[in-house]
Ligand binder design. Sequence first.
Ligand SMILES: [Zn+2]
Length: 313
Amino acid sequence: MNRRPLLALPALLLAGHAAAEANDRLSVVASFSILGDMVGRIGGERIALRTIAGPDVDAHAFQPRPSDAVALRGARLVVRNGLGFDAWIDRLLRSAGGAGTVVTATDGIAPRSMEAHRHEHGPAARRQQSGAGPRLVPDPHAWQDLRHGQAYLRTIAAALITADPAGEETYRRNAETQLARLAALDSWVRAQIATVPEAQRKVVTSHDAFGYFAAAYGVTFLAPQGVSTEGEPSAAEVGRLIRQIREQRITAVFLENMANPATLRRLAAEAGVQVGGRLFADALSPPGGPAPDYEAMFRHNVGLLVPAMRGAA
Ligand SMILES: [Zn+2]
C-alpha cells in the first residue's frame, strides 16, 4: 500500500520535467511542408514545430498516422492552408480532440477557382471527366503567388503573437525579415519573366497548381491536350501533344509523368522541345534537394521556366 507513492515518484518527476520542457516552447503543428517552412522562420527558437505532410509528400491525398493525432492533441497552435487543400487535418482534429487554436493561412485571400477533376486522381476523377462539365472548386495553391505568401506570413505571425504574447518582439522581427525577403523575391521573379518575350510566356504542364502564379506573373499554363496525366501516353496522344506544341509555338514543356525515353525523343525531334526538369508545386524537396524551402522553391521553378519559355533550355 505504501509502495505505490514510492514507485510513482520518479514518474511524477519525469512528467514534471517533460511538462517544463514542453512549456518552454510553443508547440505548433503545420499541415504541410511549405507552411512548415514559413511557420519555422517566424517562430524560430520559441516554437516546437511539427510538420505533418513533409517534403515530397502529396498533401492532397495525405493519410494521417496515429502519431499525427497525438501531435495535434498536444498542439497549442495548428496552422493549415485551407481552401480544401488539407481538409484531412480537420477530420484529424475532430477525432484527436485537442484545445489548440486553428489558424487558416489563406484567410482573407480571395480564392481563384479551378476545375475539380484536374486535381483529383483515380475513379472519382474519371467519373468527373465523363460528366456534363467541370466542377469548379476553390484553388488552394495560393502560395504560388508571393504576395499571397506575404499574407500567409502576416497571418501566421499574428497567430503566434496571440498564442505567445511574450514572443511578440521576436515574431514581429522575424516576420519583417521574411516579408522583405519575399518582396525582393517577387521583384526578382517579375524581372526574370520580363526577359521572356510576351508571346512566349506559355508553358505546357500537367501540373494544375500554377493558377495563382499564372495570374500574378503573366504566364499561361496550358494542360497537355488529349494526354492522360496518369501513366505514359499512347502514340496517338503524343501526336496530339506535338500538334498543340507546334500550333501554339510552345517551348516550355514540363510533364513529369512522362518518363519514357522514346516519347521524350519523339517530342524533341518532332516538336522541337526538351521536356525539362521537375517543378515543385505542392511540397518542398528534402533538405539538400533543389527546393528545400519556400524561397528556394520559387527560385528553382522560375530558373527552369524562364529559360524553357525563351527556348534556350
Ligand atoms: Zn496541388
